[in-house]
Design a protein around this ligand. Sequence first.
Ligand code: SAM
Length: 272
Amino acid sequence: MKKIYKSFKTSPKYSIKWNNYFEIYENLFKKFLKKKITIVEVGIGDGGSLFMWKNFFGKKAKIIGIELNPESKKLEKKGFKIFNGDQSSKDFWKSFYKKIGKIDILIDDGGHTNIQQITTLIESINYVKPGGMIIIEDTHTSFMKNKDFKNPSKYSFINFTSSLIEVIHRRNPNLKEELNFISKKINSIEYYDSITVINIAKKNLTKSKNLENNKKLRNFFDDYRFKRENNSNKTNNNRFLNYLKQTISKRSYLYRIYENNIIKKYLKLIKN
Ligand SMILES: C[S@@+](CC[C@H](N)C(=O)[O-])C[C@H]1O[C@@H](n2cnc3c(N)ncnc32)[C@H](O)[C@@H]1O
């Protein structure tokens, strides 16, 4: 049995997690075990997961809970620090980090709405230590149509992360946009079923560099990507298509329409 699952099963209080989370967490958290770290969980319910984290990470780990329900303060008697507040409030996060300083791991298992997940992520990025992570649980809510979530929408958490992906790519010098706090801080984003992991870089990231080795040895390397097809490299049996491919530039919009139609079919295939 995975250690984290055992910690979940043996927790003295009620907790609720999806079954696929345990293996993900076991792998993600290896480097933090038995270390003097600070873990913050948003949304603590009955407190069962706080006991699970304590048991899993070890005695040196400091476990902090954030919860709207004031009853949760009772858990302070059990050695956890509890903050009552609203994760969708920018002011709450400001005063929270002012009090506790930088943290290692943030796990968001709060209300799971778009504004809650996005505020929690953005207001925390600057307060996670180098090499730390922010984990957003239950991201399937980005696709849930019911009255609580009203997704899928342009403003869903998952759609928001696609903008983060764009900003991370600004590190490539082929893109001219300036680096901002996101491009400098977020090293990578991992997606799982219902979990998104934001990995914070070990140091501030800068523009990437293109490296070449053995420059003098470059020989027959001639990039074929935009060359027109000729009779010897034709890729299918459709004579009309082959004629077009030999005539139209691969850089033209017409050729792009042809390619996009193929992509549309792949999109249909993966959404089935
Ligand atoms: C799914 S439960 C947490 C379960 C717990 N983490 C566990 O593993 O057992 C979600 C909790 O988030 C709290 N919550 C909902 N909206 C919140 C908000 N805006 N700020 C802080 N906590 C919130 C709820 O009161 C509830 O206790």
